[in-house]
Design a binder for this molecule. Structure first.
Ligand code: ADP
Ligand code: ZN
Length: 735
């Protein structure tokens, strides 16, 4: 950053100190005025230590002071030992996100400052190099160490010992005699720099055309949005890697966003194959030390490519040249707790601020991106064929109304037959059901009492594998009670409906020879275990993989030819404008796992609604007419992206107070042209983690400034301390 770019914002006080607004990472209204130590200039982005009450915390010099506090009452901040500056682009981004999502700016800043230890001064590592002194006594072991040291590289005691195959005592002896001398290394080994030309890839014509367009954008270095829209297996990753390579050649930084950590492990390996080393990685599973290393490397520009989840958007990139949002339609990009924001949408904002291109990649784009691409706001780059000989799988529906299955079983005869044939020819199969556990509902067969969570409006899900009943919302767990709590009948509980464990039980009884594995987030603990399961599948150690959406994404199993979808109607019509779109995306993604190599794939979808537009579109491989239908439907309903939505969620332990506040809010809603306010109504989960929840929904025409409306509205209502109010702009979940 040049001096010119450093924005000076302070005002001098009577003692000659600079005064500035300092933003603290707390949900306060805005920055507070502080004095800076004498001689320190107020530069936007400068990280300082500020005290508030009795607490000390990091804060950031943010804006000109308000000037309402007298000079002698102003508190003075402290400097960090080493000055660290948040890049101006990141500061602007924090302001933008705060204002769009109606969160206090400090709450957004907190996401950028989460790695508090990143700001401590570096502690150098101790290392040793060959000195000028020759040791008085030379032994064979000592000679070996000195030979290793001959290359002049600095090493720790243990690496000398290891490389020369001697005990550490030998190395220490050499240090004592002055034959090895101390030197300092930076605390962290520098990150490897990916090599854009490590592997030359030959692209197909349509891949080439898409890559060229993205490369041109990177060269131009302007804000531009592209939708990379290619069927599963068409080489989207391979193609956008070419744009990454170009950004690297331009000495720019790149951010690649993935929706889930589970996907990063495989991705890192793939990246390393193409670029010769792994990129930097950023997500919640990193150790403090690793976070600190990556944060600093991003800030000083030595981290060239970062692969990360949502929170990577708040990293201090100094010279961003490209952002990629992979699987851009994924709902996981929406952060639902704490500060609510949509990472895909905010990534577009960050690209705009950083003046760099952004690529949204998907086989099933969000309808929003589809509309933006079809109206020309986004460049529309299409990949219509799978790479190599692979073809898209054939999709067939199994109408459950004709192919009846016995009560308590879930595999129809056509599905069983396909599995039988597949196993007979040594091929792999996958069964998909988006329900964890054994059964979604347990009820008493004698009185009908349903086992529900004491804290949530939700059923308890039986997990037979762990012998527990669990609430998937609050984590409440219990064992199956010995008798029905209502009628006291013993042993009367009946499992209703299927979960993956129950389907696995049935599959094992039908195919006792098959090697069966279950993949769901409660059985696989953490990304490593998930990855191990995925590797086992890829290595053909499993014949049948039964899983939830954890197996739907991104994975490449060459021997997998059959995909069975246990219940294609799940998630169908829950009154949510995006329900159909989401079902289509999920089913398409699961189907895309079949037949990715030479052998053709088959997908069997069990359904009771074969005429449903989602099913028809999948069977006919006609995505675009489905999207067109959805577009028209949304346009008629003034639903996003043709209208705006914002939700207000009230919650609290005192149900009466929550409901009263809801009513008071509704009464206070200003009348405005093109704005409708619905509610309050009890939320779908009207009780969640012991909190009563009410919702209001604002529906506005596209031209309305929803944020301004909400601000005006909320400013006029006093929310009691016992009630929590959350604003969700552009909600994607309506629970
Ligand atoms: P997508 O991201 O669209 O699902 P991928 O980029 O994962 O597709 O590509 C699918 C498979 O095809 C991968 O194994 C990938 O390495 C391979 N592939 C795609 N394009 C090429 C190419 N031009 N040259 C070599 N392999 C390719
Ligand atoms: Zn619960």
């Amino acid at each position: 950053m040049t001096d010119k770019e450093l924005k000076q914002i302070g005002k001098k006080d009577s003692r000659g100190r600079e005064i500035a607004g300092v933003l603290l990472p707390l949900p306060l209204k805005g920055p507070y005025d502080y004095a800076l130590p004498k001689g320190v200039e107020a530069v936007r982005g400068l990280i300082v230590v500020a005290s508030l009450g009795s607490r000390e915390m990091l804060g950031v010099v943010w804006c000109p002071p308000e000037g309402t506090v007298g000079d002698n009452r102003l508190k003075e901040v402290e400097e960090l030992e080493e000055a660290v500056l948040l890049p101006a682009g990141l500061c602007d981004f924090v302001d933008w996100v705060a204002s769009y999502t109606l969160n206090p700016p400090g709450s957004i800043l907190a996401m950028a400052l989460r790695t508090a230890s990143a700001f401590d001064p570096e502690t150098p590592r101790l290392a040793f190099v060959k000195g000028d002194t020759v040791p008085p006594r030379m032994t064979e072991a000592r000679a070996r160490v000195l030979e290793v040291a001959g290359d002049g590289l600095a090493r720790s005691v243990s690496s000398f010992a290891q490389e020369a195959n001697v005990t550490p005592a030998v190395v220490r002896g050499l240090i004592a005699s002055g034959a090895l001398v101390e030197t300092e290394l930076p605390e962290y080994r520098a990150l490897d720099i990916p090599d854009p030309d490590c592997v030359a890839v030959t692209l197909s014509d349509e891949q080439r055309a898409a890559a060229d367009s993205m490369i041109a954008d990177v060269r131009e270095g302007k804000f531009a949005t592209s939708l990379l829209d290619g069927i599963t297996g068409s080489g989207k990753t391979e193609t956008y890697f070419e744009a990454v390579a170009e950004a690297l050649r331009q000495d720019k930084q790149v951010l690649i966003m993935l929706p889930e950590i589970a996907l990063t492990i495989q991705f890192m390996e793939r990246f390393a194959e193409r670029f010769g080393c792994r990129p930097a990685e950023w997500h919640s599973d990193l150790s403090q030390k690793e976070r600190r290393r990556v944060w600093r490397s991003v800030a000083n520009g030595t981290a060239r490519v970062v692969v990360g989840a949502r929170s990577s958007l708040f990293l201090p990139f100094s010279d961003l040249g490209l952002i990629i949002v992979d699987e851009e339609h994924e709902q996981a990009y929406k952060q639902e707790d704490g500060a609510i924001y949509h990472a895909r949408d905010m990534a577009v904002v960050r690209a705009n601020i950083e003046k760099c291109p952004i690529i949204l990649s998907s086989a099933t784009p969000s309808l929003e991106s589809f509309v933006n691409a079809s109206t020309g706001r986004y460049k529309w780059l299409k990949l219509s064929r799978r790479h190599g000989v692979a073809e898209l799988p054939e999709i067939r529906l199994v109408d459950l109304r004709d192919s009846r299955v016995e009560a308590g079983t879930w595999l129809s005869e056509p599905l069983r037959e396909a599995l039988r044939n597949g196993f007979a020819s040594g091929e792999q199969a996958m069964l998909f059901l988006n329900r964890r556990g054994y059964a979604p509902l347990t009820l008493c067969g004698s009185c009908g009492h349903k086992l529900t969570c004491p804290n949530c409006t939700a059923w308890l899900v039986e997990h037979r594998y762990r012998r527990r009943l669990a609430c998937h919302h609050c984590g409440f767990e219990s064992t199956l009670p010995p008798e029905c709590p209502q009628c006291h009948e013993v042993g009367s509980f009946v499992a209703c409906g299927p979960g993956v464990e129950r389907v696995a039980e049935e599959a094992a009884s039908v195919f006792p020879e098959a090697r069966i594995a279950i993949a769901s987030s409660d059985i696989l603990h953490g990304p490593e275990e998930t990855q191990a399961a995925i590797r086992a599948m890829a290595k053909n150690e499993v014949d049948l993989l039964i899983g939830t959406q954890i197996i739907a994404k991104g994975h490449h199993f060459p021997q997998l030819t059959l995909v069975g979808i246990i219940d294609a109607d799940l998630g169908g019509s829950d009154g949510d404008v995006r329900a159909r779109e989401r079902t289509f995306q999920l089913l398409n993604q699961v189907s895309g796992r079949a037949g990715r190599a030479e052998k053709p794939g088959l997908v069997l979808m069990q359904t009771r609604n074969p005429k449903d537009p989602v099913m028809t579109a999948l069977v006919n491989v006609d995505r675009d007419s489905f999207y067109e239908q959805e577009r028209q439907y949304r346009e008629r309903a003034s639903a996003p992206p043709f209208g705006r939505l914002a939700a207000i969620i009230l919650s609290g332990g005192d149900g009466e107070a929550v409901r009263e506040t809801g009513k008071a809010l509704a009464r206070a809603a200003p009348n405005a042209k093109g704005v409708k306010v619905w509610g309050p109504t009890p939320a779908f989960y009207s009780l969640l983690r012991g909190q009563t929840r009410e919702r209001l929904l604002v529906q506005a025409e596209r031209s309305v400034d929803v944020q301004a409306y909400l601000r005006a509205w909320l400013a006029g209502v006093k929310i009691p301390g016992s009630v929590r109010l959350t604003v969700d702009v552009d909600p994607v979940s309506f629970f």
